[in-house]
Design a protein around this ligand. Sequence first.
Ligand SMILES: Nc1ncnc2c1ncn2[C@@H]1O[C@H](COP(=O)(O)OP(=O)(O)OP(=O)(O)O)[C@@H](O)[C@H]1O
Ligand SMILES: [Mg+2]
Length: 266
Amino acid sequence: MLQLENLHQTFNAGQINEVKALRGIDLHLREEEFVTIIGSNGAGKSTLFNAIAGEFVPTNGRILIDGSDITGWPEYRRAALIGRVFQNPYHGTAAQMTIAENMSLAMLRRQQLGLRLGVSRPRRQKLADLLEPIGLGLEERLNDKVDLLSGGQRQAMTLLMASLSSPKLLLLDEHTAALDPATAVRILEITQSVIEEQKLTTLMITHNMQQALNFGTRTLMLHQGKVVLDIAQEERRGLTVQGLVDKFSQVKQEALMDDELLLSNE
Ligand SMILES: Nc1ncnc2c1ncn2[C@@H]1O[C@H](COP(=O)(O)OP(=O)(O)OP(=O)(O)O)[C@@H](O)[C@H]1O
Ligand SMILES: [Mg+2]
């Protein structure tokens, strides 16, 4: 479904502040696969999402969705294929528009609606029906501006909006990190049910090792722009949080030793 081939991204190439954020990522995602991604700060996780979503054309490599090479596609063209939810609840909805208007816009992306923003009675009913199951009472607040909502309510909306356009791929970048623990759990439950109901192919970045193992069926670890661990099935089922943390430390230690080796050779 999603195929990444030898993906490289270097920022500020040749300058003093050059960063090799992605250093040869190869990844193949099957239809409906739900993959969690872990890795230290600066490992390249968000850059990977930005590359997939088309925020830049990668320095090297190819991105394919269902066999089509989208590497050179502009971001807006990919938006129909890709839904995203960010860490920041204020990113992803239009604060000065109402809940109904925001959701209508999301549906427009898939051309489910005519090009009108006016929210007719049948559409209001449809929106209320979509919001009701998430259990936050948002169906009663269709005319409220989004900036009146809490962070968790906004994340729930962003998630629902991302799924409304029936994306081929859902990218979740630490989307519960800014929420209180109870709300984070609720948003994760909503995430799980949206993914299952709509059979979405999903990549989810998290710093929470428990979440990384509990959700989805496969876990990747990124380090210094590379995939250093890719586990699924029995290997993953047998792994405890402590086991994952140990693997994480081991990878970092090995990288550190490589760096030291490099420095001592200079
Ligand atoms: N637009 C950019 N210009 C220059 N450098 C960038 C840019 N985007 C990311 N980087 C750099 O690329 C590296 C990887 O950053 P990235 O945001 O992908 O990390 P991350 O794995 O998402 O980390 P975190 O867990 O902190 O979110 C970092 O060194 C970062 O400073
Ligand atoms: Mg990030």
